[in-house]
Every structure is written in C-alpha cells, then in structure tokens.
Design a protein around this ligand. Structure first.
Ligand SMILES: [Fe+2]
Length: 248
C-alpha cells in the first residue's frame, strides 16, 4: 500500500471516530476526541498549558513576577511542548492527567515520565497558590484543619515537618502532602518530576498540597536560600484548594 493511501485511510478512520463522538457523546466529548485525533494525526497538540489563575506579579512579595513568568511560560511550556513532540502508544490520551500519571512506572520512557510529571505537577502547583499581598495570616480551616490536627497534632507541627523535608531534598524535586488510600495525611518527597500518583518507589497517594523545590522556582529572588522560599511560600498556600482536594 502506498504511503498516500495509508495516510488517507488513517485520516478517514479518525474522521469517523470524531463523527461517532458527536452523535453518541455530545459536543464536549467531540472536542476532546478531535484533540486526540489531531494529536494522533500530528496536526495539533493534545497537551496544553493551563491558564494561570492570577497575574505574574500577584504572588509578590513571596514569589516575584519574573520568576513566575519564566516558570510558567518557559519551564512549564517546555514540558507541554516535549509531551506533544513525543507520541506514546502507552498513554491513554482520553484519560485525565492524574490517571495518565498512575500509568507511569519504571518501564516508562524517561522523556514521558519527566514531562508528564512536569506538566501535571506544575498544573496542580499553580492552583495551590493564591495572592496574599498584605501578608495576612494564612491558616487552614474546616475539614483539612481538623485532619492536620489529628495527624500532626498542630498546624505548626505540619509546617515544621513539611519544611524540613522540603529543605532536605537533594537537588531537584517536590514535597507533597498526600492523602493515602487509608485516608491519612502524610508528607513525602519525590525526586525530579516524579509524583505520588506514579507507580514508583515512593509512597503513593492523592496529592493535596505540593511544593516545587527546583531552583528555577526560587533562585532569581532567593538564590541559594531555599529555606526563605519555603518560609515565604506558606503565606500563599491556597488552603481552599487543599480542602477541596482533600474532600474529593
Ligand atoms: Fe517548576
């Protein structure tokens, strides 16, 4: 069969898939199927940079505008671009990003593991931050506050343990508060762009709080003083989002 004929059949099959999506699944599903079919056909991007929920300077004085702009438009965008350049037969493009992450294991290629992790982790990280320009007290409330007290005795104890673990990460990585399968809260760390959803050696669980401790997240403002970045970050944790993730 000629290459032209093969391409024609492939595109026809994909158009049929999109048509089926419209009839059976409705408009929303259609648009997702179109994205997937475009991805497979190499004409569009399956992964996109999510909209940042605030301006680059909104997190000052704790995270500066330049760091946010570079972190979002260069680093996060690079993970998205690399994912779109790397078609994988092992990834279910129709599944949500957290389900995709749960399919990552030691046999997954490094390029997929690193870039899918990078994309998922940053997408979550942006939602877990909120502006606090007047440096008001920023404390958890509701169910998550009670769960923290039950597991760590007090919020200050959680802060202490989390900050110490984040500070001790050697090189690049992430510190997480996870909800385990037993419903308990636990603090873990992962190297590079790994996360607690992946089938790797770290403890698994649902991430409810995340801190990026790669140097690109803080070096412009804090240089080598990671401890100051962590101390500042507690002021801009979006506890409403943490509560939402914990309660789901
Ligand atoms: Fe980052």
């Amino acid at each position: 069969m000629s290459n032209d004929r093969r391409d024609f059949l492939k595109k026809s099959a994909l158009l049929g898939l999109v048509g089926l999506g419209k009839n059976l699944l409705g408009e929303e599903k259609l648009s997702h199927l179109e994205t997937v079919s475009n991805k497979i056909a190499g004409t569009d991007n399956a992964f996109t940079l999510p909209k940042l929920p605030y301006a680059y300077n909104a997190l000052e004085p704790f995270i500066d505008a330049k760091t946010m702009e570079i972190h979002y438009t260069k680093h996060h965008q690079a993970y998205v671009n690399k994912l779109n350049e790397t078609p994988s037969t092992n990834i279910d493009y129709l599944s949500s990003d957290d389900v995709k992450c749960s399919h990552i294991d030691k046999t997954t290629s490094a390029v997929m593991r690193n870039n899918l992790g990078g994309h998922f982790n940053h997408s979550l990280f942006w939602t877990l931050l909120k502006p606090n320009p007047e440096s008001k007290a920023n404390l958890p409330e509701g169910k998550i506050a009670k769960a923290i007290e039950a597991e760590f005795k007090s919020f200050d104890d959680l802060k202490k343990e989390f900050s110490e673990k984040a500070l001790k990460i050697f090189g690049s990585g992430w510190c997480w508060l996870i909800k385990t399968n037993e419903g308990k809260l636990k603090i873990i760390t992962t190297p590079n762009q790994d996360n607690p959803l992946m089938n790797l050696e770290n403890e698994k669980g649902k991430p409810v709080l995340a801190l990026d401790v790669w140097e690109h997240a803080y070096y412009l403002k804090y240089q080598n003083k990671r401890v100051d970045y962590i101390t500042g970050w507690w002021n801009i944790v979006n506890w409403n989002k943490v509560e939402e993730l914990y309660s789901q």
